[in-house]
Design a protein around this ligand. Structure first.
Ligand code: NAD
Length: 485
């Protein structure tokens, strides 16, 4: 099976593909070649209205469906995604440029994990009984209603599923707006959910850029917005949602620290830094882009990293031997190249990489900076590309203080063989998602999200349930009501 990258129509609303060519055209570009592989249109007001109307209608019935049945639909969708993993992965590679070697194991598979996990716990989502002597109270866990999901372009399938699975498990409907850069795979998620038995209208996909996202965020009939995107967009969406007091989840950017002590296993630390800087060509929000290496290990760390970067296979993303693909767009390449220039100009030493390749598409080699200091631009701003910065430190106290000296707080990692130090340091790092002797694992069983400017709320695990449901409390009096008059 193979998907045609050109979808039948731009949007998927109320169980079917929907087109409205009045919306501005969006070209979908294969980042490895720069070729236009599909065209879709932005959602018009009419498409948005249909998505909202069908979502609200379908949600009322879905909320009344036994949770076990809701869970069964999600489980079937997970199985279909696994069966079609290769076709979905090829499409994801076309949409994002990420190598097939990655998409085969990280995208539709992690989406299926989420559908399976939330499908499984759906039937166990209950309230509680609260004894109050003669009287008692109980709580009911109710859906929020109509949720909007807005995605970034780096993990389109995963983001759609990480939002849809808990939303649907809790009895909500969702309208999902993928990033305008990667609009294709969310449509396949919608098709698969329908095939798995999801009633029409419960998962609608509408295309468009920020203005469509803004129209959804301010819509009076939308109850919640979950955004995966940058901090500037997060600020706008949070403020817009506040007008009507919508629930929000914000999965935003980061500038996460990875702290490598002298006693760390060198190859594990280098491997962790590769996973946390160069997987998906560095376009991952939780990346540990500030790598603090203790003085005694630093030179060996740099040497080993440089050696292992020689193992990057840069080429056709569809070739399963390729392990490093292009950046997602010309714009992203330009942004990352701009940061490289700033790093050099501000005095960091470019050890290797950072060259653009003389071929079609948006290619650059993985870049390694040494001698980076905390006030440099590349130390402070999220780059979202394959650029690793090494900072030298001497003491644990110093590493913790410098690691926390950032407005972001998405992730943090520690590499050491000293278990007390590992837990001590992690407990002091200001980050929502942390790693000890590892980096960037994101199993659905573990809550994922940030603190400080990196976000609000959590995705995945049982924690996500609190962000897609609300409690109704019911006081039950067993005796007579005593009133003063
Ligand atoms: P972006 O902020 O430019 O866009 C994200 C989404 O928001 C897109 O779908 C976009 O169309 C939409 N949008 C833009 N303006 C909007 C508005 N005013 N109202 C509503 N929606 C609007 O981000 P991007 O460039 O697509 O993705 C990269 C960013 O996403 C990075 O900062 C990265 O760290 C972050 N990210 C975070 C996570 C996480 O889970 N924390 C995961 C992946 C990416």
């Amino acid at each position: 099976m193979r998907y045609d990258p050109q979808p039948k129509a731009s949007h998927f609303v109320d169980g079917a593909y929907v087109e409205d060519t009045a919306g501005a055209e969006i070209e979908v570009v294969y980042p490895a070649t720069g070729e236009v592989i599909a065209r879709v249109h932005e959602a018009t007001e009419a498409v948005i209205a249909k998505a909202v109307e069908s979502g609200r209608r379908a949600q009322a019935e879905w909320a009344a469906t036994p949770p076990r049945e809701r869970g069964r639909v999600l489980a079937r969708a997970a199985a279909l995604m696994r069966e079609r993993n290769r076709a979905l992965s090829v499409l994801e590679t076309q949409d994002t440029g990420k190598p097939l070697q990655e998409t085969l194991v990280a995208d539709a598979t992690s989406g299926a994990d989420a559908l399976e996990y939330f499908g499984g716990i759906s039937a166990g989502l209950t309230g509680e009984h609260i004894p109050l002597g003669e009287d008692w109270a109980y709580t009911m866990r109710e859906p929020l209603g109509l949720c909007v999901g807005i995605g970034a372009w780096n993990y389109p399938t995963q983001i759609a599923c990480w939002k849809a699975a808990p939303a649907l498990a809790c009895g909500n409907a969702m309208i999902f707006k993928p990033s305008e850069t990667t609009p294709l795979s969310a449509l396949k998620v919608a098709e698969i959910l329908i095939e798995a038995g999801l009633p029409a209208g419960l998962f609608n996909v509408v295309q468009g850029a920020g203005s469509v996202g803004a129209a959804l965020t301010t819509h009076p009939k939308v109850d919640k917005v979950s955004l995966t995107g940058s901090v500037p967009t997060g600020r706008k969406v949070y403020a817009a949602a506040a007008n009507s007091l919508k629930h929000v989840t914000m999965e935003l950017g980061g500038k996460s620290p990875m702290v490598v002590f002298d006693d760390a296993d060198l190859d594990d630390a280098v491997g962790g830094a590769i996973m946390g800087n160069f997987y998906s060509s560095g376009q991952i929000c939780s990346n540990g882009t500030r790598v603090f290496v203790q003085k005694g290990l630093k030179d060996r760390f740099i040497a080993r990293m440089q050696e292992r970067l020689g193992g990057a296979v840069i080429g056709d993303p569809m070739d399963e031997d390729t392990n490093f693909g292009p950046l997602v767009s010309a714009r992203q390449l330009e942004i990352v190249q701009g940061y490289l220039e700033k790093g050099k100009a501000e005095g960091a030493r470019l050890v290797c990489g950072g060259e653009t390749l003389d071929r079609a598409g948006y290619w650059m080699t993985p870049a390694l900076f040494d001698g980076v200091t905390d006030e440099m631009t590349i130390a402070q701003e999220e780059i979202f590309g394959p650029v690793l910065s090494v900072f030298e430190f001497e003491t644990e106290e110093e590493a913790v203080a410098r690691a926390n000296d950032t407005a972001f707080g998405l992730s943090a990692g520690v590499f050491t063989r000293d278990i007390s130090r590992a837990h001590r340091v992690i407990s002091r790092l200001e980050a929502g998602t942390c790693y000890i002797n590892s980096y960037n694992d994101a199993p659905v069983e573990m809550p994922f999200g940030g603190v400080k400017m990196s976000g609000v709320g959590r995705e995945n695990a049982k924690a996500a349930i609190d962000h897609y449901s609300q409690l109704k409390s019911v006081y039950v009096r067993m005796g007579r009501v005593e009133a003063p008059f």
